[in-house]
Design a protein around this ligand. Sequence first.
Ligand code: FES
Length: 202
Amino acid sequence: MSGFFDGERLTAARAKVAEYPQPRSAILPLLHMVQGELGYVPRDAMREIADLIGITPAEVLGTGSFYTMFKFEKMGRHLVSVCGGISCMLMGSHDLYRRMLDHFGVGSLGTTDDGEFSFELVECAAACGGAPAVQVDYLFFENVGADDGVELLEDIRRLGLDTVYAERGSMTAPLSPGAEEALAAGPAPKTAHPRAEAEATD
Ligand code: FES
């Protein structure tokens, strides 16, 4: 086999497949391997995954396309995801999206000529309190007004995503003291309902 999965990648892919009782269960990790390296999953790689786990390329696409974070077309250096969910739409995200596309001269799902940005309109990005929400490479920027989106992206192009995110990104607050330990400990043990306790002593 030659293509994406050759040499070390093929060894790693076979090891991943061997972790599962059913080879087809390795489909998502294999898709991740490809996308993590190339930024998208080309058709040839889909065929290779199909061969590795004994399913058809159509099944690889059918499963992978359920997850919107997998891309099957070449993407720009930065993926700009504008939320088109109801809260963001009511707060003007469609107008924001349109202005971005017009400014950069691309259509929806398009990529700028310089390969810098690809655009997509997504369903609720789970940041409704900060509508309209925009993600750039899945980093959040909230309360982005219709007039602010173009400036945000031009700043990212000029200064770099890390710099702009550090200044204007959201959800950067550290966890509150003790939260990490509480998360690591998992849910608190269940206690009996008071009525069950009362019935037990009757
Ligand atoms: S509707 Fe946009 S984050 Fe929920």
